[in-house]
Design a protein around this ligand. Sequence first.
Ligand SMILES: CCCCCCCCCCCCCCC[C@@H](O)[C@@H](N)CO
Length: 347
Amino acid sequence: MNLEYFSMSGPAYPLPLIAVILSCSIALIGLICAVLLPSRRKIRDWQATHCLVTGGSSGIGKEVVRNLIRRGAKEITIVARNKAKLSAAQKEFTTYARSRPNQSSAPTVIHVLSLDLSLDFGVIEESINKHVAETSAITNLFLCAGSALARVATDTPPTSYHSMMSSNFYTCTTLIKILLPSLAASGTSSNPSSILITSSAAGQIGIYGYTAYSASKFALKGYSDALRLELAGKACNLTIAFPPNTDTPGFEEENKGKPEVTKYIEDGAGLWTAESVGDGMVDAVAKGYGFKYFGVDGWMLHNVTAGMGEVDNVGDFVVQVFFGGLLRFIGICYGWMFRGIAKKAAK
Ligand SMILES: CCCCCCCCCCCCCCC[C@@H](O)[C@@H](N)CO
């Protein structure tokens, strides 16, 4: 080999050297990713699924159900408390399923289950088991139920911490405890079962006015990081989603009494439609992604808060390993800005 070719003396010579170094680095990163990143299993046959969706009668959950119908899910069970809302949703979804274009399979069968997920574990377990016995085993779990309270700590009643944990966190842990054994057993490598947990962008960053809400959504992140390890080697995918503000009836409700500082900070990430969030979440589940974030802010937040969590694609691996410092710097600047806003409001 003519070493002069690589000498740094001429202006054109470094180029081949840079190209070699770049190709070797890309090959090395590719190799590391291929060996270390968990392999993603796609859901290929929705016609073999029975999806259980919590909060499926309105907001993001409703859009999740509509998306599953369009994908041709065989059965969907919607769990919610309000019987009237449930039966209206069942009617609406059944009509939607029958009118789905390009039907190559039977329309989705819609079941409803009226259940208060804050009840005792035993009561919920009995009701779910009875429903499964009357229908079929649940293969895909979509945990979309939840609520938000936006109050500063001094205005947050102690009971609200319990109610936030109850509606956002325990609803998930209870259903996963009941259904995990059958979910793990029903998945195969060509058609894995799946669990979707809905956290929030406020489950990645503590936001002014969300002491109780952020805490309950952060809890889901810790829980899912631990659960992901338990699922290693099982044909059951776990996806956790971190939506920003979403235009739903629940959002309208939470805005009543929300501190102005909270509104100002969260408005920065925009207001997403329930349809785009619901579709995005089901798409991530279908593709077997471990994490679902929304927009550029979501992308930055996900990568800057990755910590010791798993990486599920090459892009995130490269960003977290090589640009982590830069993102952290941007994060610190955002932090200064949020602090400045809160200080100004305090005055
Ligand atoms: C490294 C860069 C970091 C970028 C930070 C961007 C911050 C964006 C803050 C987004 C807040 C969204 C909060 C969502 C709250 C909803 O879950 C809640 N309102 C429920 O409806």
